[in-house]
Design a protein around this ligand. Structure first.
Ligand SMILES: NC(=O)c1ccc[n+]([C@@H]2O[C@H](COP(=O)([O-])OP(=O)(O)OC[C@H]3O[C@@H](n4cnc5c(N)ncnc54)[C@H](O)[C@@H]3O)[C@@H](O)[C@H]2O)c1
Length: 468
């Protein structure tokens, strides 16, 4: 067991730091770093927390960097741990790497042998494991969304700010693609003037994971290969239920995931969010028919207002999020209706394919409309009903390798916690609003509370189970 006391002191001190300075200062801060390398032959020694699901991709990508040595592997699922890295012929690149079911034991035992940690657990364990790693002076790569609750996101952003020598990065790998780099630049340089509104969607969760149901009753026997108590981690204890939480299906349960908004918006709105320099929403309203106390809704529209800044219209910007099959009204936004997601394979009269069901952003500016698909397509604009394309001078890089390079003193991480935490705090606020459909919540970022609504404020703050 890792002792708790020093972590609590660290949390206390980092929570006291404000988010002043805005997101662009944060990128600069991420540039300062130490270049620890404890692995064999001067390699960056990485410990991997969670090796199944996305953790498997993260591990493969990190291990493919010539400067990386994987020195510890952890997963609560013994079957996953036994199989990790093995190919069909039984070759095992990690046969000599120590393996653990409890990440606290791994960090305590490996200690100074680790330079960096990559965390790909379900969302509810991101913050506690990331904080522990940062407290130990490790660089950290944590999957998206950065953390489950608003408070945890702010805590991680503040902790990263307090330790600029650590290289932190959220696992939004699309942000390193040439297409999304161009999107950032277009918004940043005012390609369609000042922005009045941002619309974005995803087709999740419908059919992807369980949502909109009351808490399941009863329990199932915990399989011998699953360490259920460690899976629960800092979340309130509840009985194991087969196939309902572990693996993958935890996303729609409020104690563990962040619903469709938190899960997908990080990949979809990150570039415009960062480029516009958005901070915290001031007002949030969610329209959702079927959320429950236990699970997020199957379908929702979340509206958020942000105060004006130099890149927005004079009265600020509204961000409208749609999921579960809802979409913006393309025509009223000045776009052809043929852009709406569909299975059409041919281009329309404007040369456009339907936008992805996975998601896209539509930015409404004073000088046109900018469309930013989640991936695989370049952003494009519509100005006075005509399509406008942009040259793309950017190159795609490998998000994982960018982080490794930055840990070793080269370049900088593209989604450092200071930036990612700010955006994910807003997404987590949207998740709270889905508990109060139809009610407009007024958010005061400085006091970290919803004004005049103590009940919703309780859902902002992280609560970790006793002993964690
Ligand atoms: N960047 C992306 O494109 C992308 C894609 C999918 C998932 N994700 C993110 O990755 C994270 C994991 O999602 P997933 O779909 O892989 O989930 P999953 O449930 O399918 O897999 C999680 C893995 O973590 C292990 N695990 C769970 N709790 C653990 C703990 N406390 N310590 C160690 N191991 C633990 C599980 O056994 C499993 O192997 C989520 O935060 C999710 O949002 C990102």
């Amino acid at each position: 067991m890792v002792p708790n006391a020093p972590r609590r002191d660290f949390l206390k001190s980092t929570l006291a730091i404000t988010l002043a300075g805005g997101p662009f200062g944060a990128v600069a801060a991420a540039g300062a770093r130490s270049a620890l390398r404890s692995g064999p032959n001067g390699k960056l020694a990485i410990a991997k927390i969670a090796c199944g699901g996305m953790g498997q991709s993260d591990l493969g990508q990190l291990a493919s960097h010539a400067g990386v040595s994987i020195v510890g592997l952890c997963d609560i699922d013994r079957n996953t741990l036994d199989q990790v890295g093995k190919d069909d012929k039984g070759n095992d690149p990690f046969k000599d790497v120590p393996k653990f079911q409890d990440w606290r034991e791994m960090l305590a035992k490996l200690g100074d042998k680790i330079d960096a940690v990559c965390i790909s657990t379900p969302d509810h364990s991101h913050a506690i494991a990331s904080m522990k790693a940062m407290e130990m002076g490790k660089h950290v790569y944590t999957q998206k969304p950065l953390a489950r609750s608003a408070g945890e996101n702010r805590m991680l952003a503040d902790a990263a700010k307090a330790k600029p020598s650590l290289v932190t990065q959220m696992g939004t790998q699309r942000s390193a693609t040439a297409e999304r780099r161009l999107a950032y630049e277009l918004v940043r340089n005012g390609a369609i003037g000042k922005i009045k509104a941002m619309h974005a969607w995803t087709d999740r969760p419908a059919g992807w994971w369980p949502s909109g149901k009351p808490r399941a009753e009863g329990s199932d026997p915990v399989p011998a290969h699953v360490a259920w108590d460690i899976w629960l981690g800092p979340a309130p204890a509840r009985p194991y239920k087969k196939d309902l939480y572990h693996a993958f299906n935890w996303r729609g349960t409020r104690d563990f995931g962040t619903g469709a908004f938190g899960d997908m918006a990080c990949h979809i709105v990150d570039m415009p969010y960062y480029a516009l320099g958005l901070t915290h929403p001031t007002e949030i309203t969610c329209d959702a028919p079927d959320g429950t106390d236990d699970q997020y809704p199957n379908v929702e529209t979340v509206r958020m207002k942000f105060a004006a800044n130099e890149r927005t219209a004079a009265d600020g910007i509204e961000f409208i999020w749609y999921d579960g099959g809802r979409l913006p009204d393309f025509k009223s936004l000045g776009l052809p209706e043929t852009l709406a997601p569909s299975d059409r394979k041919e281009k329309d009269a404007h040369g456009c394919l339907p936008l992805p069901k996975d998601g896209a952003v539509i930015l409404v500016g004073e000088g046109g409309v900018l469309v930013i698909p989640i991936q695989w397509q370049l952003p494009f604009a519509f100005v006075d009903g005509k399509r406008k394309d942009f040259d793309n001078p950017h190159k795609t890089t490998n998000h994982w390798h960018d982080w490794v390079d930055a840990c070793m003193g080269q370049g900088k991480a593209r989604a450092p916690f200071e930036l990612a935490g700010l955006m994910c705090e807003s997404l987590a606020i949207g998740a709270v609003a889905s508990r109060y459909p139809g009610k407009t919540l007024v958010y005061d970022a400085a006091s970290f509370a919803f004004k005049g609504h103590a009940d919703s404020t309780t859902h902002l703050k992280p609560t970790w189970r006793t002993g964690w």
